[in-house]
Write a protein that binds this ligand. Sequence first.
Ligand code: MTE
Ligand code: MO
Length: 372
Amino acid sequence: DPFAGDPPRHPGLRISSRKPFNAETPAELLTERFLTPNELFFTRNHLPVPAVDPGSYRLRVEGPEGRVLSLSLSELRSRFPKHEVTATLQCAGNRRSEMSRVRPVKGLAWDIGAIGTARWGGARLRDVLLHAGFGEERDGEWHVCFEGLDADPGGAPYGASIPYGRAVSAGADVLLAYEMNGEELPRDHGFPVRVVVPGVVGARSVKWLGRVAVSAAESPSHWQQNDYKGFSPCVDWDSVDYSSAPAIQELPVQSAITHPRPGAAVPPGELTVKGYAWSGGGRDVVRVDVSLDGGRTWSVASLAGERAAPGRAWAWRLWELRAPVPAGAQLEIVCKAVDRSYNVQPDTVGPIWNLRGVLSNAWHRVPVTVTR
Ligand code: MTE
Ligand code: MO
């Protein structure tokens, strides 16, 4: 069993597959805290968790003109300043189960919990690339490719890439992280070193990082080339051409209701609706609208937490709305967020349906009964 060496997991996680291990944070726990506790943070593994010995671990960074940098964990910690970033990671497939209710899709049946927020600590990728001999600018199109130490039975590692400009940008805050919420990275989240690309789909934040290379082409990995792309609802498995669509990087604006849960019965009086909202690319969420009647009338939710520096809003906003609800009412609670660029969420999921069930960000709708 290639998964026999996987680490133990918290029993509170909602499991969507055991081998490889995939599990999400239960919705009601998502907004209990601004920072998601490590043991409850969603886990998205495509392969067995590699056993990495921190003493012999080396990160291979391929510099210009064939020069290779090999960094031990202690060198990564001591040679580069530690930088900390609070960032939300979201899987491209978060909320896929709503999409598969329209028509079946291929992928894990995530509810709203394939998202979480942590305080990540590590070296800036920028500092490591500059140390390896790369410059701030590079003419032409370049990509920084990452390889994990996890590999499929044929030996192909998990891999992904991001554009060079994002990788070297000081403002993009891309990390080679060795800490998560003040602790060393847990094994499921990439011990000893992972990439964290704030504002970008989780798939590019490569865990168990083994190799960094700069290339004129995007990562040749299956997960960069033939997965994690969006398509029209008219595209099916016979007609799909993965080379025709760009790899997902920055994610669209997203929000969801964590409390109450669909189908719940709530007492009459004052109801507190809670949820999260986030947008990709560092665009801050400027407003969350909530409706209790399926979108006919709206109220503005209050956003908790601090506003981030412009263009660097990497973390979600938790929000809350208190409203009186009459005995016996049938509510359809809806939320929708607006980001700094005035991007909004689509009202229904049908028109954004796609065969892989990614980018599912329609208004979140939660039917609830008020008891008598
Ligand atoms: N990195 C490696 N090496 N292997 C993986 O399977 N999964 C990716 C990304 N990095 C993955 C990986 C995907 S699709 C997501 S959404 C995030 O890791 C999830 O990170 P987490 O498990 O720490 O939440
Ligand atoms: Mo993902």
